[in-house]
Every structure is written in C-alpha cells, then in structure tokens.
Design a protein around this ligand. Structure first.
Ligand SMILES: [Ca+2]
Length: 189
C-alpha cells in the first residue's frame, strides 16, 4: 500500500511537470514513436514558375541572383527550398559564369557561394556536394582564406576583384542559386 502511494504521488508530480504524459498514459494509441516535432517540414523541391523567367542561363547552367541579402545559412536553405542549390563554382568555367552573373546584374554585390570550413578549421568543402574544394580555387593573390578574427568560415565571391574570400557566415549578402542538373546514372553490366 505504501508503495502504491509513492507511485501515485510520483505520477501526479510527473503530470504537473509534463501534462502531455497524461495523454500518453491514458491513450495507448499514442504510445508510438512520434517524429521529432519543432523541426520545419521539408521545403518544396521544385522551382516555382514565377522564378523561371529570372534565371540567367549560361554555358555551365542556369543561375538566379537574389535581390536581398541573407546569412550564408539562409542562402543555403532558400536555394534548397526553391529546388536549386547555393552556387558551387567548382570549375573555372562555372566560376567564370558566376562572375558573368554578378557583372550583368550591375548590383556591385558580394555573393555567397557554397564553400565553407564549418566542421574542420581550414578544410574547405562545398556544402552542397560535400566535396573538398580543389584543385581549382579562386582566392586570388591571397591564395587561401585568412579566417580574419577567427570568425570567417563561409566563402563569398567579391564583385570587384572577383576572387573568393572567407567571411563570417552570419553576415548578410546576396547569393546565387544554381539549377541542379539532372544526375546521369551510368550502369555498367
Ligand atoms: Ca577573409
């Protein structure tokens, strides 16, 4: 009897702390593993029609320059939700096209690209593909990111000298999304 009383008090305390336990204990249907709540649902994965006429199509692909400034994280997120990816200039040809997009806009803006070393200091990779950056890079005379004040972990493109630079990811810049080309799968039998 004493043991039962203890259990009863414990349950009352538990319910006071976490009211949803009440539903859990009363309704066996809810005793299933629920997906994590609080996470946003996945965004759309296809580009809205109204954006397609703003795409700039060049030899290496189709690009969309934002007209607003956001953090690097938001740029990654927005491109993905539009069914694209933050621009990943991993070849000289793509990098030249990024320069073309920036120059054509006349906006004189720095733009985020998907390079980052978040995770391992000074090991830069493309967050979109997971591939390490190199051998092609475009840091210019600086040759490598300088991690100024130890807060620079995301890459952007300069609009003036057109090199890459590392910068604080939480700064706000314009960005370029690129249309992801359909992957070609080759089966060898
Ligand atoms: Ca820097």
């Amino acid at each position: 009897m004493q043991r039962f009383k203890f259990l009863e008090v414990f349950m009352l305390l538990a319910l006071a702390v976490e009211p949803s336990l009440s539903a859990y204990t009363k309704n066996p249907e809810q005793r299933v593993v629920q997906p994590l709540t609080g996470r946003r649902p996945l965004g759309r994965r296809s580009m809205p029609d109204f954006l397609s006429n703003r795409l700039i199509t060049l030899s290496t692909g189709s690009y969309l320059l934002s007209n607003q400034t956001v953090t690097w994280f938001e740029a990654m997120d927005i491109c993905e939700r539009l069914g694209m990816q933050l621009v990943t200039p991993d070849t000289p040809e793509k990098d030249a096209d990024v320069v073309t997009v920036i120059k054509r806009s006349g906006m004189n803006s720095y733009v985020w690209i998907s390079g980052t070393d978040l995770g391992i200091e000074d090991t830069f990779y493309w967050a979109t593909t997971g591939a390490l950056i190199g051998p092609f890079t475009n840091y210019g005379p600086r040759l490598k990111p300088d991690n100024y004040f130890n807060v620079e972990h995301c890459l952007h493109h300069f609009w003036d000298n057109l090199y890459w630079n590392d910068y604080a990811c939480y700064a706000r810049k314009r960005f370029i999304c690129e249309v992801i080309s359909d992957p070609t799968i080759t089966l060898e039998v």
